[in-house]
Design a protein around this ligand. Structure first.
Ligand code: NAD
Length: 473
């Protein structure tokens, strides 16, 4: 038996023997994680930065790490601690008249032993937030963080091993081989965050065990700028969402659709907004590096491909190519004249490249979005309510932000998840609790069972009763 299988079996045994942890145990599990994030915060910031750094140069902005990793994880933990008692409470639901006085309720029970697979782009938060939901729901958890951020993954292992025994939370480190063996374990649920391509492989592995999956995937998230939009406000908010983590965000704006006549003015505003946010790039600790040479080369290849096929590229800042390459940083790069045969229009960009395309009407924008896979996010900027509703009704995406980018993800009362090729299932707040719980239907028959009146042998009395009941159905 492999080490992974042994760890799984140990968790399964503990679950079978120990049953569901009660409210107090779950609160204790969550509270120690909340306290640990504060204690470990400096080490978390340093580990993530060293994972993103190019040798001694570049790294991950410490502010971005606090905002998008530790703060977001703590905020989710606090929200969960505040509401968990209510979420765990059985929910009474109505019972149909002809079954009364019986009663019905839904009880939320832990699924058992669950697996979480997380990516490199927000390597702490995207491991911790699903873990919070899984522990709140009373599960035992095995976590497989990304091999592309090895320092953060090692930190997660050390930090979580200090808080929990292996039967409660176990962290498995490793690359594709470990990930692949991990997804073949007969978990009661697998929660995967990563690319659509790997999501399909995980779903296939899970299907062999009939393990249900939540897939938090990627895709090309469009921005639609209505003619009624304030272009200055839109440019600022889009550049913030696009340059955060240097575009390495699953819900980063991927491309823009707007009226042709405004494109050049808007592109200029995008560049000046980005330059206000980051007056310099290479030596600026606020601007994050591309995570690896491979990902950096991919962005460069996308740019070269667009340039060769005739696109016009505008870049923010005036840093030298050498300084940028040494720190593995790429400035916001607006791509004008992008065509469908360019790779930037065929793949999820996942970096600071931003094609701007023309769509003259809401209908044209809707048609453009509809011919691609369903995106994880969609952004709409404008003030014309009719056009806004037209776009909301005519498109489908995991989530939407109106006159904003990215921040819908931080709303704990909204579900976060994709649709179609951007994923299935959702989490955050109560949605995460429900994802990791089984909503069990419980029916309580009363001493007097009205159903008895419909037992065989069927008689004239039954026929009369059915005739009366038919009036109600
Ligand atoms: P990835 O799919 O390459 O890797 C994600 C995880 O899957 C890693 O832990 C990896 O080890 C594991 N993995 C790799 N091969 C596997 C296999 N054969 N079987 C099982 N697991 C395997 O993704 P990535 O490059 O780390 O992240 C970028 C992608 O993730 C982008 O597409 C992005 O949009 C998406 N993403 C989505 C969300 C979301 O919440 N929807 C969040 C962040 C990133």
């Amino acid at each position: 038996m492999s080490k992974l299988s042994k760890k799984f079996e140990a968790q399964l045994k503990a679950y079978t023997q120990g049953g569901a942890p009660d409210y107090a145990q779950r609160v204790a599990n969550l509270k120690k994680l909340l306290a640990a994030i504060d204690v470990w915060e400096d080490r978390i910031v340093a580990a993530i930065s060293s994972d993103f750094a190019s040798g001694e140069l570049g790294g991950r902005s410490s502010h971005e790490t606090v905002i998008a990793e530790t703060f977001m994880s703590k905020s989710d933990l606090k929200h969960t601690l505040k509401h968990l008692k209510k979420w765990m409470k059985p929910k009474k639901v109505a019972t149909a008249m002809h079954f009364k006085p019986a009663r019905s309720e839904i009880r939320y029970q832990p699924l058992g032993v669950v697996g979480i697979i997380s990516p490199w782009n927000y390597p702490f938060q995207l491991a911790i937030v699903p873990l919070v939901a899984a522990l709140a729901a009373g599960n035992r958890v095995m976590l497989k963080p990304s091999e592309h951020t090895p320092n953060t993954s090692a930190l997660l292992k050390d930090m979580l091993a200090e808080l929990y025994d292996d039967e409660t939370v176990y962290v498995a480190l490793g690359g594709v081989k470990v990930a692949s063996a991990f997804s073949e374990l007969p978990f009661h649920h697998i929660f995967f965050t990563g690319s659509t391509m790997v999501g399909k492989i995980v779903a296939q592995a899970a299907a062999k065990n009939l393990t249900p999956v939540t897939l938090e995937l990627g895709g090309k998230s469009p921005v639609i700028i209505d003619p009624s939009a304030d272009l200055g406000v839109a440019a600022k908010r889009i550049s913030v969402g696009k340059t955060m983590n240097a575009g390495q965000t699953c819900v980063a704006p991927d491309y823009i659709l707007m009226a042709q006549k405004d494109i050049q003015v808007f592109a200029d505003k995008m560049i000046s907004s980005a330059e206000e946010l980051y007056p310099t790039i290479a030596d600026n600790p606020d601007y994050t590096s591309i995570v690896s040479d491979r990902q950096y080369q991919r962005q460069m290849d996308l740019l070269d491909d667009a340039r060769t096929k005739g696109a016009n590229i505008m870049q923010a800042g005036s840093d030298s190519d050498n300084a940028l390459a040494a720190s593995r940083k790429i400035p916001l790069s607006v791509i004008l004249g992008a065509t469908p045969d360019m790779r930037v229009m065929q793949e999820e960009i996942f970096g600071p490249l931003l094609p701007i395309l023309s769509a003259e009407t809401p209908e044209a924008a809707i048609a453009h979005v509809a011919k691609d896979d369903r995106p994880l996010a969609l952004y709409w900027f404008g003030n014309n309510v009719q056009n806004r509703e037209k776009v909301l009704d005519g498109t489908l995406s995991g989530g939407v932000a109106i006159n904003e980018t990215v921040t819908h993800v931080a709303q704990e009362n909204l579900p976060f998840g994709g649709v179609g090729s951007s994923g299935m299932g959702a989490y955050h707040g109560e949605y995460g609790f429900q994802t990791f719980s089984h909503a069990r239907a419980v029916f309580h028959q009363s001493k007097f069972s009205s159903a008895k009146m419909l037992y065989p042998p069927y008689t004239i009395k039954t026929d009369k009763l059915l005739k009366t009941l038919k009036k109600f159905f």
